[in-house]
Design a protein around this ligand. Structure first.
Ligand code: E4P
Length: 275
């Protein structure tokens, strides 16, 4: 099944459009246009027939995933039960904030049915990183995605772990060249920290777009995981600019579902329903 996009008046053409096996930018991947909006129209080519449709949530599930960025188990359960969360990311700071033993936190998260949990390992050299990663892998198997820092040691450890089939999330990424090295090391995810970039007057969203365009142009399988997300608006923007996954704090997830006009409208509908 191939995905194409038609340009309608007002629609901005995108470099992300998949145009088929021969003429396409990235034969292995299907991508949404840079800006997904009401002007977009998709045609799925299936066994020669053309069926104009707009993407359904199920279609989109394969191209946009949401992770929760927290180690507070009590904040995870209800949100995971919505069926909208595909994974959890943690880091040593989030674990410290939870005030709990990391292994107990990981066990509790996995018990909630999570099958993709990013666990950050620390270590002075690549051997120590690898051995700590192997320890995590022995405990949690495929549920654990090993989170490694984007340093030479981290990249070396990533190359080793991905060669033996362990998923790796390369974290603390702040440049295209770092992302490129993560891809060469076989990383499953590369995590640009957009909020921390913005804190330092750098353009986090531009980085998401630059990495994403490079990966699409070269057919790179590594997924762009937008991290350090501080507000709900950034999520749509990051996906629109090519992120495959966004990891968001629970409060940002809640904000995504909330609008003052929805609340106001619902209040009125409830009152009218009961009148
Ligand atoms: C997730 O993988 C990151 O560790 C996290 O998003 C960092 O967020 P922060 O910059 O808000 O600490």
């Amino acid at each position: 099944m191939k995905l194409e996009s038609l340009s309608l008046p007002g629609f901005r053409p995108s470099r992300h459009v998949y145009r088929g096996e021969k003429g396409g930018l990235a034969p292995q991947r299907e991508r949404l246009p840079t800006f997904v909006d009401n002007h977009s129209l998709y045609i799925y080519l299936d066994r020669g027939s053309e069926i104009p449709i707009t993407p359904t949530p199920n279609t989109l599930k394969n191209v946009m995933k949401l992770f929760l960025d927290t180690a507070q188990v009590r904040f995870i359960e209800d949100r995971v039960h919505t069926g909208l969360i595909s994974g959890i990311t943690t880091n040593p700071t989030l674990i410290k904030k939870s005030g709990r033993d990391p292994w107990k936190v990981y066990n509790d998260i996995i018990e909630l049915g999570i099958d993709d949990l990013s666990i950050e390992v620390m270590g002075d050299g690549s051997s120590e990183l690898i051995s700590n990663a192997m320890n995590v892998n022995q405990n949690y198997g495929n549920v654990a995605t090993i989170k490694l820092p984007c340093t030479i040691n981290g990249l070396q450890a990533c190359k080793h772990l991905t060669k033996i089939g362990i998923r790796v999330n390369m974290t603390l990424v702040f440049s295209v060249s770092q992302a490129l090295l993560c891809a060469l090391a076989g990383a499953t995810y590369v995590s640009p920290f957009i909020g921390r970039m913005d804190d330092n007057s750098l353009d986090g969203m531009k980085l998401i777009n630059d990495i994403s365009n490079l990966f699409v142009a070269k057919g790179v399988e590594t997924k762009v995981l937008a991290a350090s997300v501080r507000d709900a608006q950034s999520v749509g923007l990051a996906f629109g600019l090519g992120a495959d996954i966004c990891t968001v704090p629970p409060s940002v997830f809640d904000d995504m579902a909330t609008h003052v006009l929805t609340d106001k409208g619902l209040e009125q509908f409830k009152a009218d329903f009961l009148a």
